[in-house]
Design a protein around this ligand. Structure first.
Ligand SMILES: Cc1ncc(COP(=O)(O)O)c(C=O)c1O
Length: 356
């Protein structure tokens, strides 16, 4: 770049969005590259948007998003002062990193994990400390704890982890909380928590009630199927929440997103049924792949991880030829979202072909 700027920006990797469904003549193709919800929006959500939100798009939205904040706080049993909305949970994570870390500070997170972490940390001018996952894709809790130094300002836990779909146990979450100094924030990114069926899973909201330095990030993008509207939230101690709000992008959460989130919270039973059906599809795909002889981490989110290493490129091409866009990590593996049953059938067929 030829203009005066922060050199750190030159080092930031661009975020790579999941590819759209490949164009294929004749047969239907599917996008299973971004861990989205395959269901169409609920009629009640569409109704709320069209009757309550569209008529006011000439006005700025409520910047604090009070109606949503109050609903979330009463559902979770916390104070409204603990809840911060953002333009997706990506924004609340960005607010938090901006609040706690700057040049000379360190942010620890597992790797591989959500690809926005390195971008957000570098954007704040802080240093990333990436702690490699264990061979089974799960967080290396001992190594995460051992990475804490005087410079640590934040430790991020992703449960279940994107892209490996592995859970964090309550025992391990508490080990982290007991080891990290109480003035260092631990962020539990629970973007996929509704899909987490792991019996001993940690619940960040339980930890939030017990430890002074827990922040929880959640989103309406995944289980609630509102990825296109961009709304997520954090639950944080009041002083942390206040600091985060100072760094929020003013008016980033639109009225349309707020109305859709409220209608979704009202329809939580219907959405829970959809989540159950995605979990059932996940279990069906996993069982079929096990029958084919595949070994991969047991998934606890709405996607699974095939650690294909040297065969990644070959597999990626096979999925594309079958009309499926997956998330490809060159030389490492492929992350596959659970999609429509027809897409899942095709995943099973492609995987079968790769075993031959
Ligand atoms: C682990 C994790 N956290 C957070 C997000 C952010 O989601 P959003 O900004 O749509 O709320 C994602 C999205 O893929 C994710 O995988």
């Amino acid at each position: 770049m030829t203009f005066r700027h922060r050199p750190i920006v030159d080092t930031i990797p661009a975020y790579r969005q999941g590819r759209p469904a490949p164009s294929s003549s004749g047969k239907r193709s599917f996008k299973i590259s971004s861990n989205e919800n395959p269901f169409d929006p609920l009629p009640s959500v569409l109704e709320a948007i069209s009757t309550q939100a569209l008529g006011s798009i000439n006005r700025y939205p409520d910047m604090r998003g009070w109606a949503v904040v109050e609903r979330i706080s009463s559902q979770l049993g916390v104070d409204p002062g603990n809840v911060v909305l953002g333009c997706g949970s990506t924004e609340v994570i960005t607010q938090l990193v901006g609040l706690v870390a700057g040049p000379g500070d360190e942010v620890i997170y597992p790797w591989r994990s959500f690809e926005a972490y390195p971008i957000i940390v570098a954007g704040a001018g802080a240093d990333s400390v990436r702690v490699p996952n264990r061979a089974d894709g799960s967080h290396d809790v001992d190594a995460l704890i051992a990475s804490v130094t005087e410079r640590t300002r934040l430790l991020i836990v992703n449960n279940p982890n994107n892209p490996t779909s592995t859970p964090l146990s309550d025992v391990d979450a508490r080990r982290i909380m007991d080891a990290v100094p109480s003035d260092v924030i631990v962020l539990f990114d629970e973007a996929y928590w509704q899909f987490n069926t792991f019996a001993g899973a940690s619940s960040a909201m339980d930890l939030f009630a017990e430890y002074p330095n827990v922040v929880v990030a959640r989103t309406f993008s995944k289980a609630y199927g509102l990825a296109g509207l961009r709304i997520g939230y954090a639950v944080a101690p009041p002083d942390v929440a206040e600091g985060m709000m100072k760094l929020s992008l003013p008016f980033a959460v639109t009225d349309v997103a707020q109305k859709a989130a409220l209608a979704s919270l009202d329809a939580s039973e219907e959405l829970a049924a959809r989540v159950r059906s995605i979990i059932a599809e996940r279990d069906r795909v996993v069982a079929a792949l096990h029958d084919q002889g595949w070994e991969f981490p047991e998934p606890y989110a709405n996607f699974f991880w095939l650690p294909l290493a040297g065969r990644t490129g070959e597999a990626a091409e096979a999925f594309t030829r079958a009309g499926l866009s997956t998330r490809v990590f060159d030389g490492e593996g492929v992350r596959i979202s659970i999609g429509e049953p027809e897409a899942n059938d095709r995943v099973i067929a492609v995987c079968g072909g790769l075993r031959e």
